[in-house]
Ligand binder design. Sequence first.
Ligand code: PLP
Length: 443
Amino acid sequence: MVTPEARSTTAAGGLELGGCEAGALVARYGTPLYVFDEGLIREKCRAYRAAFESRYPQVDVAYAGKAFLCLAMARLVAEEGLHLDVASAGELHTAVTAGVPPARLVMHGNNKSPVELAMALDSGVGRIVVDNLPELGLLGGLVARRPGRRPQEILIRVAPGVDPHTHRRIRTGQGDTKFGLSLAAGQAMEAVLQAVGTPHLLFTGLHAHVGSNLRDARAQVQALETILDFAVQVREETGLTLENLNLGGGLGIRYLPRDEIMPLEDFAEAITTALLEGLARRHLPLPRLMLEPGRAIVGEAGVTLYSVGTVKEVPIDEPPGTRLYAAIDGGMSDNPRPQLYDAAYTAFLANRLGEPADTEVRVAGKHCETDILIQSVALPRPRAGDILAVPSTGAYTYSMASNYNRFPRPAAVFVGNGQARLVVRRETLDDIIRQDVLAPAES
Ligand SMILES: Cc1ncc(COP(=O)(O)O)c(C=O)c1O
């Protein structure tokens, strides 16, 4: 078990991850390596469900697959009784192949293609979250062309116009956004009326996701009020009350020792209290509450292990002196978050846990970019061959990985009870050229 400030050790003094020794995992699977504590993921799934189910009568928790998805992960969340949010043909294919019951799938996307929508219909996806008016027309037509098919249940994604005070690139609930339909400008009502008038679509509720890595429930509570006001208007215009209210994901995790995130129980309390009171005030019946946590389920359960390679002193002017750079055998291809969002991480040397962290180090990737993974971290003076462990790397790392510089993507393992199992194999150099074609031009 590893947190930004704590780590447990094996009897031999090595870093312990799910009862396995980090050095042994590295010897077996190589680096970079994504290591997931399976027990912790399961604990987070159960805690999320329990926090909301103990406070509100009807709750569906859907894991947001974009945070980290592979067959084993999809199966795990289904075993834990969660639903699964998929946002592309690839995520949908993964979920269906893993055997997740299609009725438990929620399909997202701001630009779903006709092929993706047809795939969702043919796979029997339980709910489709419609993002825009053209999609509504397209979907209605696709269902109509499947005679005898049951009407497709849909939710309408609204943009509640809320600023969640998180990094600008992970805000989604404000007015000026590519996601959803504006409440303020009347687009959301237009979509509801169109949906209600489409015979093959079953409009059952609303969806809003205000942003990611939120420290507290303020933005969701604010969005909730706006959405409930809208629910009153929907009742007035159509006579319908919401069966489902999906508040998306968003609860943050701790990346650094200084990070303060509202505890899950308080988060659930704030949201369910606001919801129950808001409904009562407006004389609305209780909808099913749907949630879509991604990062909060898998982020803290993941640790990435790298091998340290080049270590060098670089002269600098400000302040005058030198800076110690340690380069690892990965970087922005396995974790683009520092480049995308200025994401900050801490790290430690898994093979030298007992030694004082007395040296300030800048951790660099090995790509042809200035891909700094960590601007500054205190470590024992690193040497080539050391194992660098980076906690809280379970979410939006593997799922955002690329083959930049033709790097094979790393392996991922689940660990628990002293056992490790490979859930994503490491790509090989042959995988890198597998899709390349050397052929004469086709006429
Ligand atoms: C629609 C939707 N639901 C859920 C999530 C998951 O968010 P998080 O990982 O912050 O919980 C996202 C993230 O972007 C999202 O866009």
